[in-house]
Design a protein. Sequence first.
Lengths: 101, 380, 293
Amino acid sequence: MHIRPREKPFGFEKPKSPQGEIEIIEDRCKGCGFCVEYCPNDVLKISDKYNSKGYHPPEVVNEEKCCYCGFCQLICPDFAIFIVEKESEKSKKAETVESKK
Amino acid sequence: MKENQKGVLEGKYKLSGNQACAEGAISAGCRFLGYHPITPSFEIVERYAQRCGDVDGVLIQMEDEISVLAAVLGASWTGRKAITVTSGPGLSLMLEHVGLGVMLETPCVIVDVQRGGPSEGLPNSPGSGDVMQARWGSHGDYELIALSPNSPQDMFDLTIEAFNFSEKYRTPVLIMADEAVGHMTDEVVISPPELVERKYYRGPKEKYLPYKWDKDLIPPMVDIGQGYKFHVTGLTHDERGYPVMDEYCQEWNVHRLIDKIRLYSDEIVRIEEEETEDADVVVVSYGISSQDAQNAVKRAREDGIKAGSLRLVTIWPFPEKQVTELARKVKTLIVAEMNYGQIFYEVERCSRGSANTVLISRQPSQVHHHEDILEAIKKV
Amino acid sequence: MEASKTLTIEKEQRHPMDELLRMDRIPHIWCPGCGIGAAVSAFAAALEKLEFDLDKVCVVSGIGCTGRVAGYIKLDSFHTTHGRAIPFATGIKLGNPDLKVVVFSGDGDLVSIGGNHFIHAARRNIDMVVICVNNFIYAMTGGQVAPTTPIPAYTTTSPFGNFEPPSNIPRLAEAAGAVYVARWTALHLRRLTESIVEAFQRPGFSVVEVISPCSMYYSRINKLGEGIDMLRFYHDNAIIRHGEPTENLDIDYQKQIIIGRFVDRERPTFMDSYRKWLSGAESISKEKVDEKN
């Protein structure tokens, strides 16, 4: 049976995947590179600058690609990186929930 | 944890020394016994096992003595009074954790029913060969308390005393019994004891420092699970319980661990003196030998010799003051012990040359006969 | 702790795990590229999922690099002697059965010097979770050979290569009687978190082994690169096979590592059996005491 793609009723926008904002506590970083290697969307890169201990902490290069998976936060052995859900996405979600009501 | 009085006995009972020790532990509120079977201490466990159900106690046989004392220390931190029983070879294995107990400042009682040594030695015979091991066995500098009973009633009373000391001073306490006292049967009066309870911290949780001591040098304790989220370690630590490995911390903390026993030695030391006021010769003894020493002294007095007896109830901290004072008054100190000379050297050190010191040693398995002691007194 | 600035946001930064860590001791002593921090991260994530009353969770560690975990986690924690974390934890569990006891220690601590206690606690089925971080070496003391070191790896005490066959921790745990046995690596952290959650939910002795890089000793002495290179190796060579018979789980040097959930069974715990025994024992002792010996 042929299934026709339909537009959702009530004119809602297409759902977007969650987005995160990455926060790096640079002075805790020991430059192991785990977060850079295992980010699924290559959001991070080892920077050229030094932190106070002489290591190269990561930097965010593809912010819009972060999908809030949380793996960098989980794998960092030094608890030096974590993510927060993006403010704009949060408020959009809240709007959508409100308008549904 | 408030001790549970359910099932505690009262009255006169005919008990062996080992059984009296178990009853003493139960009367003191001890509700955790960890052990590994070893001759000649297992009657304590057998008695405790029979009484376990009445008093809601926990009994566990661990795979070796090393794990026994580790388990006892762990149980003590949950608020239970905890005891273990062993003999010479077992104490040798437990020594690392004696050190851990001292460093973590964990109250617990270790009963060493001594036997002949070294190594497997004479399992079924009494001996006093562990007295120095008790004091110096674990590595590093530390002090602890060791008591020496000489009868079943004493086993009962000193077990309660040991728990009181351990809770008050937050330290492991040893009871250096021997096989003869453990297996001797006599009438024991079990009466409600006076107990010393653990000093608990009651302040705000976020301000709790595990090793911040009060004026008495003893920090208040907490139990696991009360929300204090403390950390303690066997490494040299500061008052937060965190490892700080420098000489200042060592001086600050470890010195206090020694001082908290030494400065209170007047309260801790117990001796029994008989007829020492005008004595020329005093027999110093402890454990089962003290019974014969006291008999010998009586016989000597009957024969007109001015003899006296000093029984060491507390072996560690050693009653230095009392022995030094006595050495000044008397001509000779005879030390009667069931080993080749251990406390003898302490007595000699404390007498500082004021009195002549003579050792009558009996090898383990042969309790001193009071005739031998009498002969030695007469010779002198 | 002073606030660090990032590229994106300038405010005081609080890592979600900061509440569970002793912030006055961070940064920790583990080397760059060490997997222990990742294992602690997974443990924290598991505790969050389980929503336990954190006052009732207690962590006991032995000695070694992994043994330092107790010092960084903000729960009632104990840093005890080498190899004796498990009996210490046994005492705690029996003293207060309402507590959740976790033993977080290394391979040398748990399976070498502590091997006897590991076997007996598993046999008795004491209700506790054991997280064993296996880096194939005694790292804290300087990189000596361990009973888990594969043949023919180099270490400081096997300068011509190790020749002793290594232990197989899941097999040992299963044979001794553990009810839940799993092995993951410092890379497979989401599954590790799930495994730790499951380990807590199983009543009895649960063992979770975490294969971790040791960038300072094991991988450096054997010229395997740094921590990141070891993780790449796990990525390419770790195969997930749930339920695999534990005799197939030997780890050969730089070969395939089988990970997954291997044992998940039910056995009566020590406390269940003890309580049954105690209720039966009450009536016996009453008679004896009435006889007044």
